[in-house]
Design a binder for this molecule. Structure first.
Ligand code: TRP
Length: 373
């Protein structure tokens, strides 16, 4: 097995989520906490029912404050370096659920600076992806009255004065050890965590009072906040709470996270029904038997079967149906081809709507952009 690495810019090997919880001192989302969240909603979303969001920092505190009438706001983001794929959507769909359920504002950061600094891509190309990626976020149905897009280089007048306050309190050795940086890193990369820290205080800065912040994120983003959470109180703000998700596995197998740079491993939100069919049939790692006979005899392994995992993590809302598929697949009654066909239909149904809404989003971008003061 490959060595396991989790940082914002590298996720490889098979991620051991329990080890992540232990090593980084985050808490597991247990039944007690789920029941507490349930008080605010009719039904828990898949993301919580099926442990896609599985860990947190200080979520009880956010709920305590909310119960006292002190509303939080949400903050999450997107690094615009390429097309959006299914792996990005989990966090954002869950964020939308939180926005609707708790009726709260969302601040959404596009880190075009980050992607320019970390990727071998031109500034112009990153700007193009920023525009493209905004369409996908809008297409998910966020409330334009309560959703505010921050683009780092475009809203620098708001972000930069706060970023330097973080930067002044974080030293190079902290960043080096949090991210495993070596001396060859460019100096923009070293600074970047201070930019990602800022949106968690922006509403407090603008309203001149402390407002609690909840950040839904995939676990690879935790190191930024591990570093920054020590700084917020020093600047007079609350530490933001975090809620962490696992990664949707890449098509070709369970280790690592999806990335749009490789065709084989991700389904893009702009893929045609035909492309989806081709990618799933050709690449989606199967936990089924090598031959039909073997499969009929021994059944399939749903734990490593990527198609089953996609249904579980995103595409099959019915617990009953999922259980039925699990039984049939594990007993060998259902073949990999049948499982894949079912998933392809689900993905294409979702993408058809998404692509329509993505088209309509073009005329609405302005409603989400924050105005420079
Ligand atoms: N750095 C993240 C990425 O590369 C984008 C991001 C910015 C983000 N702020 C965030 C993600 C807050 C989660 C929470 O995708």
């Amino acid at each position: 097995m490959k060595k396991e690495v989790i940082s914002p810019w590298e996720v490889s090997g098979e991620v051991n989520y329990d080890k992540f919880i232990k090593e980084f001192g985050v808490s597991k989302i247990d039944n007690k906490l789920l029941n507490r969240i349930k008080k605010h909603t009719k039904e828990l979303p898949i993301a919580l029912r099926r442990q896609v969001f599985f860990a947190h920092r200080d979520l009880n505190w956010i709920l305590d404050e909310y119960d006292k009438g002190n509303k939080f706001f949400l903050y999450t983001g997107c690094g615009p370096s390429g097309p959006i794929h299914l792996g990005h959507l989990g966090t954002w769909v869950f964020t939308k659920w939180l926005q609707d359920t708790f009726d709260v504002d969302l601040w959404f950061q596009f880190t075009d600076d980050e992607k320019f600094l970390f990727k071998n891509k031109s500034y112009e190309e990153i700007q193009k992806w920023t525009q493209e990626n905004m369409l996908d976020v809008i297409a998910l149905g966020f409330n334009p009255k309560k959703t505010h897009f921050i683009i780092d280089t475009k809203n620098a007048n708001l972000i930069y004065p706060e970023a330097i306050k973080f930067a002044k309190k974080i030293n190079f050795s902290t960043i080096k050890s949090a991210f495993g940086f070596t001396n060859e890193k460019n100096i923009g990369e070293i600074f970047f965590t201070s930019m990602q820290a800022v949106p968690a205080i922006i509403p407090s800065v603008l309203e001149k009072k402390n407002i609690p912040c909840l950040i839904p994120l995939a676990i690879d983003q935790d190191p930024h906040f591990r570093v920054a959470r020590d700084i917020y109180p020093k600047l007079g703000y609350y530490k933001p709470s975090l809620i962490h998700s696992v990664f949707l596995p890449p098509l070709i197998g369970m280790g690592g996270k999806m990335s749009s740079s490789e065709d084989k491993i991700a389904i893009l939100t702009t893929d045609s029904p035909k492309t989806v069919r081709k990618k799933i049939n050709k690449y989606a790692f199967s936990g089924g038997g090598k031959t039909t006979e073997e499969h009929r005899k021994n059944g399939g392994n749903t734990k490593v079967d990527v198609s089953f995992q996609y249904l579980k993590m995103f595409f099959e809302p019915s617990d009953k149906k999922l259980e039925e598929i699990k039984k049939k697949y594990e007993s060998g009654e259902m073949l990999t081809g049948e499982l894949k066909a079912y998933l392809i239909e689900k993905i294409n149904e979702f993408l058809k709507k998404h692509q329509q809404k993505r088209k309509e989003a073009k005329k609405n971008i302005d409603k989400f952009l924050i105005k420079n003061q």
